[in-house]
Design a protein around this ligand. Structure first.
Ligand SMILES: C[S@@+](CC[C@H](N)C(=O)[O-])C[C@H]1O[C@@H](n2cnc3c(N)ncnc32)[C@H](O)[C@@H]1O
Length: 277
């Protein structure tokens, strides 16, 4: 989607009203795609992405380290924790190592539901994401801030009487305090049985603090959604009532890295995984 500015329209996944893709203002999914080296972004997204890079040059390494975190977490959950159902909220534009690819490469019967509210993500998810024959895949066009609706739609594909991994990877910084992010997480975790997991990563306010604060100011001037970076203590509170797995809430490259190179990657994101007992 590189090239000229344009406004496209697509139906939504549930056959609802057609939604306009607004290319005039930066959207998080497309800015993220730009940082990951993708082509599904517009001039406004690249301008916001570049403004952040100028404030915090480590952003590109940081989002890549977050993708590697996602892949390690999904592999752990499918291969070692026996999880066969994934609810991946804030999917983003498909990149490498999407959740269902990693999960189904380990356990082909895995069932994965992707959730995002960006129509560009919807477009690409429908075109690119296909399930293994044994597993299942669904894409839901829904807003994390309405968890009840999201969960009702996810129940078309996921069996909520069996464990589910709730994945909130690099999305919570887009949920402001006014939307009660802790309450949203509690509602999601209340819907899944014991033996389920929460996997979460969030942009940090207390790693490279000055650069990150400037990056947020620049991004928030240019983008549709505003960013709310959070401290280690704030991110740890998202796991309240759950049993955090080792090594706890850490910079994402330090969460069970596969190599020293991975562990030493640059990142300003906190991440962790916890079990619901
Ligand atoms: C930074 S991207 C992260 C993509 C992917 N999880 C990753 O870590 O690579 C954040 C995604 O969350 C989506 N998003 C933001 N706020 C949302 C909300 N309230 N409901 C659903 N999706 C949302 C955006 O559209 C975007 O695709």
């Amino acid at each position: 989607m590189s090239g000229t500015e344009q406004t496209a329209a697509q139906g939504n996944a549930d056959g609802g009203a057609r939604r306009v893709i607004d290319t005039s203002v930066a959207h998080s999914a497309r800015v993220h795609d730009y940082w990951l080296g993708g082509k599904d972004n517009f001039a406004a997204d690249r301008a916001a992405g570049d403004a952040v890079i100028q404030a915090y040059p480590g952003i590109v390494a940081s989002v890549r380290a977050n993708r590697a975190f996602l892949a390690r977490v999904v592999r752990f959950l499918a291969a070692e924790a026996g999880i066969q159902q994934f609810l991946d909220i804030g999917t983003g534009i498909p990149a490498s190592n999407n959740t269902h690819e990693v999960a189904q490469s380990v356990a082909p019967g895995c069932r994965v539901v992707y959730v995002d509210y960006d129509p560009v993500v919807l477009l690409h998810a429908q075109a690119l994401l296909t399930s293994s024959a044994q597993g299942a895949l669904d894409y839901i066009d829904a807003d994390l801030r309405d968890p009840r609706r999201l969960l009702a739609q996810a129940a078309r594909t996921l069996d909520f009487s069996r464990p589910v991994a709730v994945m909130l990877i690099a999305i919570m910084h887009l949920i402001g305090d006014q939307d009660d992010p802790g309450g949203i997480i509690k509602q999601l975790l209340a819907a899944v049985p014991a033996g389920s997991y929460l996997a979460l990563s969030q942009v940090a306010s207390d790693i490279e603090a000055e650069q990150m604060a400037e990056a947020a100011r620049r991004y928030n001037r240019l983008a549709r959604e505003t960013q709310r970076h959070r401290s280690h203590a704030e991110v740890t509170r998202f796991f309240d009532g759950l049993e955090l797995l080792d090594p706890g809430v850490v910079p994402v490259p330090r969460w069970r890295p596969a190599s020293k190179i991975e562990a030493d990657a640059h990142s300003a994101m906190w991440g962790g995984v916890a079990l619901k007992r």
